[in-house]
Design a protein around this ligand. Structure first.
Ligand code: AHR
Length: 531
């Protein structure tokens, strides 16, 4: 089906471009890239991760134990490490989530580790239990980060702890051995070298499981927790931000927090949580129809507005922009009922719909490169929007994993402006109709290499797309990769681990651009050199 959606858009720029050059290809869509105007660096940390002591995330997902027959490195699942290295995972957030505000770090060090209460055990199905064994603590976490080459991002307990416990944890992690008693204790426990942790979350969801605080109460706590912080390593401190997926975006939290911080040093990062939250709907993760496909994507792209609105609100208090956004939980969250196994609460099947949602989200993050310092998918394995599903000796990469792999070209590259006049799609959703971007795209430049990622969110139509390069650059050596499937419900399972996988995407280099046909429900990346 040849949708001339771009012509329907009535853009004179678009009409001129089509008329002048590419009638033969018959493009449905044209985007214009301006590599000569490459600007902000896309922080690699935007492609970050999150693992929590919850269901099957840490225990089994990451940690299989030193005596396990499953291939492991000192107890850490080897396949997890290998695959995270492939996608150059830049960081790992840990130990929660809601778990963090009940966690006491001393329980996870030394030889004799206590069994303790885990926030999530109250949500476990009858007949299962989730007592925290504390086998995976700060030393194991740091070992994992080092194996992957990822920066640690540690969430401290504010909801049920004290500034002193936080400060001691920072000293334990970062003070050189031979200085503090705490540093010597760390060395005795196996790590003579300081961990040098830079990224610290000061609580998590302090408006909810992290303490049910009002924003001004949290601002006061925040100041108490950070004022005397030992600074062996200059910290990047992240304050708890809003529940961005609330109907009103929770702007009041942002206003209240920054009001409460007047006269104090602002945090380096301000967290936003944004779940595409389908829990209140009947939607299922693995089985859905076309309106349900679009419903998820439409709710997902709302994050664009949420980022803009909170950034604008922050600007009222922080004209120098000393605080950046940290989207440290994002993903599609379906209602319970499709778990990998009952005790792996919050695990869910992952399909092409979630992969396309990921592409749309990453394009939005890239376009907001000036605002976002970090983002963390919730969560990397066996939970919500996962890259991996693991159970015993079974392990599979989901379609979301492949999108992370395709987008890593942007990490640390300079963001390239994309003019995208492609008309919106009018799509059926749960209640009537909605409007979704007809094509999503973002681009970056590293040396002379241009990378363009694109998502065709249509469940029905291919999209003949022309990428026009303005400013005189001539593309050479283009190569492309696409992730798609004839069945929009397709995903990877333990029995069919390669059902959804990337394949080569044919593209044609023309004088001032590249032509490519994007299949329906697809995510694609094109890389080329500019002469
Ligand atoms: O990611 C699952 C949970 O979602 C986290 O623990 C919490 O921060 C959020 O509500």
């Amino acid at each position: 089906m040849n949708r001339r959606r771009f012509l329907q858009a009535g853009s004179s720029l678009a009409l001129t471009a089509l008329a002048s050059s590419h009638l033969a290809f018959g493009a449905d869509a044209e985007i214009v890239l301006s590599p000569d105007k490459a600007g902000d660096v896309i922080n690699p940390n935007i492609y970050g991760h999150f693992i929590e002591h919850l269901g099957g995330v840490i225990y089994d997902g990451v940690w299989v134990g030193r005596n396990s027959p499953i291939p492991n490195i000192d107890g850490i699942r080897k396949q997890f490490v290998d695959d995270m290295k492939v996608i150059a995972a830049p960081n790992l957030r840990w130990p929660g989530g809601c778990f963090a505000d009940g966690y006491h770090w001393r329980d996870g060090i030394g030889k004799a580790r206590p069994r303790t209460y885990n926030f999530w055990q109250r949500r476990m199905p009858a007949g299962t239990h989730a007592t925290e064994t504390n086998q995976f603590g700060i030393h194991e976490f740091m070992h994992l980060c080092r194996l992957i080459g990822a920066e640690p991002y540690v969430a401290a307990n504010v909801g049920s702890s004290t500034p002193a416990e936080f400060h001691d944890w920072v000293s334990y992690c970062n003070a050189p051995a031979g200085t503090l008693t705490l540093a010597d204790e760390r060395a005795k426990n196996g790590d003579a070298q300081p961990f040098n942790i830079q990224y610290w979350g000061v609580g998590n969801e302090s408006w909810g499981c992290g303490g049910m605080m009002r924003p001004e109460e949290y601002a006061q706590k925040y100041r108490q927790f950070v004022t005397q912080l030992p600074n062996y390593k200059e910290p990047f401190l992240v304050a708890t931000g809003p529940r961005g997926h609330s109907a009103d975006e929770d702007i009041g939290w942002t206003t209240g927090f920054f009001e409460g911080m007047r006269g104090s040093d602002p945090p380096n990062g301000f967290s936003i949580h944004f779940y595409t939250d389908l829990r209140p709907t009947p939607l299922k993760a693995a089985d859905f129809n076309v309106p349900e496909w679009y419903e998820v994507l439409l709710r997902g792209v709302r994050i664009d507005r949420v980022i803009t609105d909170h950034w604008q609100e922050m600007g009222k208090f922080d004209s120098k922009r000393r605080t950046k956004l940290v989207v440290d939980e994002w993903g599609v969250w379906y209602k319970p009922g499709e778990e990998l196994t009952p005790s792996y609460i919050l695990s869910q099947p992952i399909t092409m719909r979630d992969a396309v949602h990921t592409g749309l989200t990453f394009d939005i993050f890239n376009r907001h490169a000036d605002k976002i310092a970090m983002a963390n998918v919730a969560q990397t394995v066996n939970c919500i929007h996962s890259l991996f599903l693991a159970h015993g000796d079974k392990f599979v990469r989901t379609p979301v994993y492949h999108v992370f792999d395709m987008y890593r070209v942007h990490m640390g590259a300079k963001q390239v402006p994309v003019s995208n006049p492609v008309a919106e799609l009018n799509v059926p959703v749960l209640a009537g109709q909605g409007r979704l971007p007809g094509l999503s795209a973002s681009a970056s430049m590293r040396d002379r290499r241009l990378a363009v990622t694109m998502t065709n969110p249509s469940a029905e139509s291919t999209l003949k797309t022309r990428l026009r390069i303005s400013g005189g650059g001539r593309p050479t050596e283009a190569r492309g990769t696409v992730l798609t499937h004839s069945d929009m419900r397709a995903g990877n399972t333990f029995s069919h681990p390669e059902e959804v996988k990337p394949s080569a995407l044919t593209s044609t280099v023309v004088a001032d651009g590249i032509e490519v046909v994007l299949p329906k429900n697809s995510v694609a990346v094109i890389e080329c050199m500019l002469a």
